[in-house]
Design a protein around this ligand. Structure first.
Ligand SMILES: Nc1nc2c(ncn2[C@@H]2O[C@H](COP(=O)(O)OP(=O)(O)OP(=O)(O)O)[C@@H](O)[C@H]2O)c(=O)[nH]1
Length: 473
């Protein structure tokens, strides 16, 4: 195995180990309240009391203020994202705040109302627990439309239900047929069960969203707070601890909401750094792929824009652009450069006798034969129907003539069969050299064309290099 392979394997093992360690840390943090509860319940006198209604009322009102603030922040997140999960989280915080309110206000009341005061505590946690579970069940469903989000009826109904709970609960507890203590314990136990079910749902549904870790931790902390409430007496140290644990759960969850508010305003689309990095990697790979495709398309388009559709050699536009560049370069370097004007002889006859398609075939064959005789640095272009230009860098008129002759002979020797007949094709060419015949492309092409006509006039199938000079085989 290679060094990088061994390193990769070691990396994978450490990743697994640290992943397991993180899991263990999560469980330990989630169970910290249980340690505090056990310490108080087992090693201290659980009956020790600290009766301070004034302090209690102040801290309860603070909790109400915090609840109202977090309800508002969650509502703002819901308005922005429309996430149904968040709608239920708003309802959870709202019901806690409004059901806990009478509990906070009634802490200094007379003893015969004590049960009513106590009952609002577990009732607020139970209502929250119900909403938490429904929120989980609604996680991932399509978001509410902007109109639905702002519909007052939703919140009006929720307020009505909460008010009914508040009034109904007082009536129930004051009913002599109901055993208040049992009812209070039952509500607390039910809240506990719902919170545990929420945790089980997150585990079974394998919800790996980063804020869901926070959600699950707070569910665990709330559940332990309920345990502490169930086993504690009013004003005992354990009872105060239960409140502190509940507050810790509330802090955790509110952290999640505030984090969502500062990022995507949706609980399910707040990603951990590892997830963001992964998404970034994926997007970078996609961008690279798209870029490579675009470059390939661009190259193909450029190639198409520069190429003659029939013969595949350069077209007039590309030739003119390249030729100007080569001319300037040759002038700078002081090297020779020549140009050949080329035309097929009596090509009209080919078309007339064998048809346009056969004519096309002849053009392709002749082009390919000429291309074979050129140097890689030469540039062959079809600039008209059966007219071509050949740019010859680093070639004086003598070398140009030799190349032209090579091409002419190759075409001359070409055997093309059309309609079962062997057809002879010839070409005529006119040469021009930079400096000798002109200093710009227009002059060189004009002189090249003039010599080409001279070659035609002289009997075709020949190359003309200068006034009076007519070469032929
Ligand atoms: N098959 C085919 N024919 C073409 C194409 N472009 C031009 N032509 C034909 O090429 C012929 C050119 O004819 P002329 O200009 O009279 O020249 P020529 O018959 O070759 O005679 P000389 O040049 O004097 O030897 C015409 O018949 C055009 O229709 C093409 O793309 N395909």
């Amino acid at each position: 195995m290679t060094a990088s392979g061994t390193e990769g394997k070691a990396d994978a093992i450490v990743r697994r180990l640290t992943g397991g360690y993180l899991c263990l840390l999560g469980i330990l943090i989630a169970l910290l309240p249980l340690m505090a509860i056990s310490y108080l319940a087992l090693f201290q006198d659980p009956k020790r009391r600290f009766e301070a209604p004034g302090l209690y009322e102040a801290s309860s009102l603070l909790a109400i203020a915090l609840g109202a603030f977090i309800t508002y922040v969650t509502w703002r997140c819901y308005l922005a994202s429309g996430e149904v999960f968040l709608r239920w989280l708003v309802l959870a915080f709202m019901s806690f705040t409004l059901i806990y309110l009478p509990h906070a206000l009634l802490s200094q009341i007379s003893d015969d109302m004590m049960d009513v005061f106590i009952a609002y505590g577990p009732a607020s946690r139970l209502a929250m627990g119900v909403c938490f579970l429904v929120a989980l069940e609604r996680l991932g469903v399509p978001p509410d439309s902007p109109e639905t989000r702002r519909r007052p009826a939703t919140w009006g109904v929720a307020l009505g239900i909460i008010l009914t709970i508040n009034l109904g609960l007082a009536a129930l507890i004051l009913n002599p047929l109901v055993r208040a203590e049992n009812m209070i314990q039952a509500m607390e136990a039910l809240a506990f069960v719902l919170l545990v079910v929420s945790i089980i749902v997150i585990i079974l549904r394998r919800i790996r969203l980063s804020l869901m870790i926070v959600y699950m931790l707070s569910m665990a902390v709330f559940a332990q707070a309920s345990v502490a409430f169930m086993i504690s007496d009013l004003w005992s140290h354990l009872w105060w601890l239960a409140h502190a644990i509940f507050l810790a759960g509330f802090f955790l969850l509110s952290y999640g909401v505030v984090h969502a508010f500062h990022t995507t305003r949706s609980f399910s689309t707040v990603y951990s750094q590892a997830e963001v990095m992964e998404q970034l990697r994926e997007q970078q790979a996609q961008t690279q792929e798209a870029l490579a495709k675009l470059e390939a398309i661009n190259a193909r388009l450029n190639q198409q824009a520069a190429t003659d559709w029939l013969t595949g050699v350069a077209n007039r536009r590309y030739f003119m652009k390249q030729a100007k560049g080569e001319l300037a370069q040759a002038k700078r370097d002081g090297t020779p450069l020549s140009l050949l004007g080329l035309d097929l002889d009596h090509f009209k006859k080919v078309n007339d006798v064998y048809g346009h398609q056969a004519g096309d075939e002849v053009l392709k064959r002749v082009t390919s034969v000429i291309a074979e005789k050129l140097r890689p640095s030469d540039l062959l272009a079809r600039v008209g129907g059966e007219e071509f230009q050949i740019l010859l860098p680093n070639a004086d008129i003598q070398q140009a003539y030799e190349i032209a002759e090579r091409c002419r002979l190759a075409v001359h020797d070409l055997a093309i069969r059309l309609l079962d007949k062997e057809v002879k094709i010839t070409i005529s060419m006119g040469c021009a050299q930079m400096g000798r015949d002109g200093n710009d492309m227009d002059s060189l092409m004009r002189i090249g064309d003039q010599r080409l006509y001279e070659a035609k006039a002289g009997g075709r199938d020949r190359v003309v290099t200068g006034a009076g000079e007519v070469f032929h085989v």
